[in-house]
Design a binder for this molecule. Structure first.
Ligand code: ADP
Ligand code: CDP
Length: 281
């Protein structure tokens, strides 16, 4: 098992806004994966990262941590007058991710999530957090605070002093291709039929031993659709497919199939970039 520990650190390295070709030559390959809830983003992103030896950042975990922090303090995220308290929490919370990759390419890597050094990996996946997370993620200053943390983590992972200078980075969320990594080398927009997504999420919850009452496929489907609607219609960086993203419908694909498709596309683009840079020398 290879372990890559990424913690949020204040590193001021930013990706420059100079032309794309220059950026590609000087920074690790970036893959942005966006899409609606339970479309397969994190599973696919982790496996792509494992296959390619890239780092992985789950940005949804940040919004889930802020939501958990607010709920633990008795703050009601649906009450708009509490938005500034939640924004303060987003700024002051320390969020860390630790992804453990397997040496077997078919095994699923695991990501542990830490909020103020406490392992909250299971707590952030409960129905209560899922119910409130989109309201929290719609608060502009919360997004600014999370964006800063995510960029710091991305810069740490890409820097020499950070995570061993990995060959690349895979990030998943809702605004990766549009806001977080607008110059990503490959942008994927994963979609799947909402019934299929609900069945998969329900199965996942059952496997994880979730004891939540009254969970059936209709309830889960409604919750996913409600969250997607909130994510698509909010003012601050709504969920949308970036103009240059490739859409991939996972409804009838296997996990291996969608991972293979993305890995092949990364290889194709890396090859194209290296032949264009050698022909320009
Ligand atoms: N092609 C697929 N076939 C079957 N199950 C899948 C497929 N893609 C993803 N899943 C499963 O669907 C569930 C939701 O996927 P996940 O990666 O958590 O989605 P997201 O990160 O978009 O919310 C997980 O249990 C995952 O293993
Ligand atoms: N980059 C991101 C990632 C997540 N989010 C928010 O965080 C919520 C939880 O994200 P997630 O990726 O953990 O959710 P699932 O798709 O796993 O259900 C989403 O419904 C969005 O409201 C966001 O706004 N921007």
């Amino acid at each position: 098992m290879a372990s890559r520990n990424i913690a949020t650190r204040l590193i001021t390295r930013t990706f420059s806004s100079s032309p794309k070709v220059t950026q590609k030559a000087t920074r690790p390959f970036q893959v942005a994966i966006d899409g609606p809830a339970a479309s397969g983003k994190s599973t696919t992103a982790k496996m792509v990262a494992q296959r390619l030896g890239f780092d992985y950042i789950d940005t949804g975990a940040f919004y889930r941590c802020v939501t958990l922090a607010a709920l633990s303090k008795g703050i009601d995220p649906s009450n708009q007058s509490q938005a500034s308290q939640i924004s303060n929490l987003a700024q002051s919370s320390h969020i860390g991710l630790k992804t453990v990759f397997s040496t077997s390419p078919s095994s699923l890597p695991t990501t542990r999530v830490f909020l103020d050094k406490k392992d909250v990996s299971s707590e952030i996946r409960t129905g209560t957090v899922s119910k409130h997370v989109s309201a929290v993620a719609a608060i502009g200053p919360v997004r600014e605070a999370v964006l800063q943390k995510v960029r710091d983590m991305g810069a740490t992972s890409a820097s020499q002093e950070g995570n061993s200078g990995r060959a690349g980075l895979v990030m998943d969320g809702r605004d990766i291709g549009t806001v977080v990594l607008p110059n990503a080398d490959l942008k994927i927009f994963l979609v799947a039929d909402s019934r299929v997504r609900a069945e998969r999420r329900l199965q996942e919850l059952a496997k994880s031993g979730s004891k939540e009452e009254g969970l059936d496929v209709e309830t889960v489907q409604k919750d996913l659709e409600r969250r997607d609607e909130l994510d698509r219609t909010r003012k601050a960086s709504p969920l949308r497919k970036a103009d240059d993203a490739v859409e991939l419908d996972t409804s009838h694909l296997t996990i291996e199939g969608q991972v293979d498709a993305i890995v092949q596309e990364v290889h194709r683009r890396q090859k194209a970039a290296s032949s264009s840079s050698s022909s320009s020398q």
